[in-house]
Design a protein around this ligand. Structure first.
Ligand SMILES: C[S@@+](CC[C@H](N)C(=O)[O-])C[C@H]1O[C@@H](n2cnc3c(N)ncnc32)[C@H](O)[C@@H]1O
Length: 351
């Protein structure tokens, strides 16, 4: 019985395609890219405009960001399917939304009526109601219709289904789009994603782990995580295991990690099966070691491509994707490591 419960719990946790992003977390990350969005067409392609805080964020900030257009598409198989969620007007007629079908909202202008000059939630609801249009297909990000919208867009910002993350990123790369998306920290160790990071084609956003405070989950989900909570009737899990992945440049990613420690062979053993030293904490990277070093994957949060070069990842073996297979010290297997090498002359930090 206990075993069965554990199994069920695990299954529930793994169906994490139904995690909805909190507005506070979107605001926290997006504030670093404000200038970038001016004149851009933004596409949120896993985002039912009625439930997505990404759509809400861009609609609320449409004018202050200077957006050219905002497009948001829902997916017909979304967990909220079948719930009728209000009326909209089209060509003078009123319709009740059938969200068994997928729909889109396209916004090219937001006229502000209130005195403080900012969009309000009531404005947003009005915008959705008047501009909602059914899609012909099911809103799958891979459908022809959504790909046409993708081609039109400059940048995609969303939290896509975790179970399709590789395919999702591959499509963005194929269409040469800029993006800012949420993924699981483990995505760093997916060979295709790692190769993109190694080649400096994509990188991490401003924060990972606890930086993303939680996700809204449907009622049927069990709450878990140290900061799991119910807020404004929304069930929130705190997974502490996600990151932002992007190919939009920002100044902070070019800051050096400050290094304090000197190399010595006792504290930094060499791997049994690879010519590199083990550094078990990012803060312990020695400032004076010129060879290859194995660091935890959380190091990627602080990675500056001018300071260190990425050599390989131990989470997989495919050499064409820069995998080196598991690493061992004294016969003991280490956690997944990223192998890096210093590019610049290391300087001891005096702070
Ligand atoms: C992790 S949730 C995030 C939802 C929303 N982007 C947010 O951040 O709140 C992923 C969403 O993608 C939708 N989805 C799943 N498969 C999809 C697909 N093939 N194409 C488009 N959307 C999909 C799910 O219905 C779900 O709403």
């Amino acid at each position: 019985m206990v075993r069965e419960n554990k199994f069920l719990e695990k299954a529930k946790k793994s169906k994490n395609d139904e995690f909805y992003t909190l507005l506070v977390d979107i605001e926290k990350e997006l504030k670093y890219y404000k200038k970038f969005f001016k004149g851009k067409i933004v596409f949120c392609n896993c985002d039912d405009p009625y439930e997505s805080n990404f759509f809400k964020y861009f609609a609320l900030n449409f004018n202050s960001l200077g957006l050219k257009k905002l497009i948001s598409t829902s997916y017909a198989s979304s967990p909220v399917v079948g719930k009728e969620i209000g009326l909209f007007e089209h060509e003078g007629k009123e319709y009740r939304i059938n969200n068994k079908r997928a729909y889109k909202v396209v916004v090219s202008e937001i006229k502000i009526n209130n005195e403080d000059g900012g969009e309000t939630l009531d404005d947003i609801k009005g915008i959705i109601r008047h501009r909602i249009r059914y899609l012909k297909e099911d809103g799958d990000f891979r459908s022809e219709e959504c790909i046409e919208l993708l081609k039109e867009a400059d940048v995609v910002v969303t939290n896509p289904p975790f179970s399709m993350f590789r395919e999702y990123v591959a499509q963005l790369m194929e269409y040469n789009k800029q993006f800012l998306i949420i993924g699981n920290i483990n995505a760093i160790t997916y060979k295709e994603i790692f190769a993109l990071i190694k080649n400096n084609k994509v990188w991490l956003g401003h924060g990972m782990g606890r930086w993303i405070s939680g996700f809204i989950v449907p009622d049927k989900y069990e709450l878990y995580g140290t900061e799991a909570r119910i807020e404004n009737n929304q069930r929130i899990v705190s997974t502490n295991n996600c990151l932002w992945l992007t190919n939009i440049d920002f100044p902070e990613r070019h800051n050096d990690i400050k290094l304090f420690r000197r190399y010595n062979p006792e504290d930094y053993p060499t791997y049994d099966n690879y010519e590199a030293i083990e550094v078990s904490k990012t803060t312990d990277i020695p400032y004076d070691y010129d060879g290859i070093m194995g660091v935890p994957i959380s190091y990627m949060d602080k990675f500056n491509p001018e300071q260190f070069e990425i050599i390989a990842c131990s989470a997989f073996s495919d050499e064409e994707y820069f995998g080196c297979g598991s690493l061992y010290v004294g016969g003991k297997k280490k956690y997944a490591r990223i192998l890096i090498r210093r590019k610049k002359e290391g300087v001891e930090d005096e702070d």
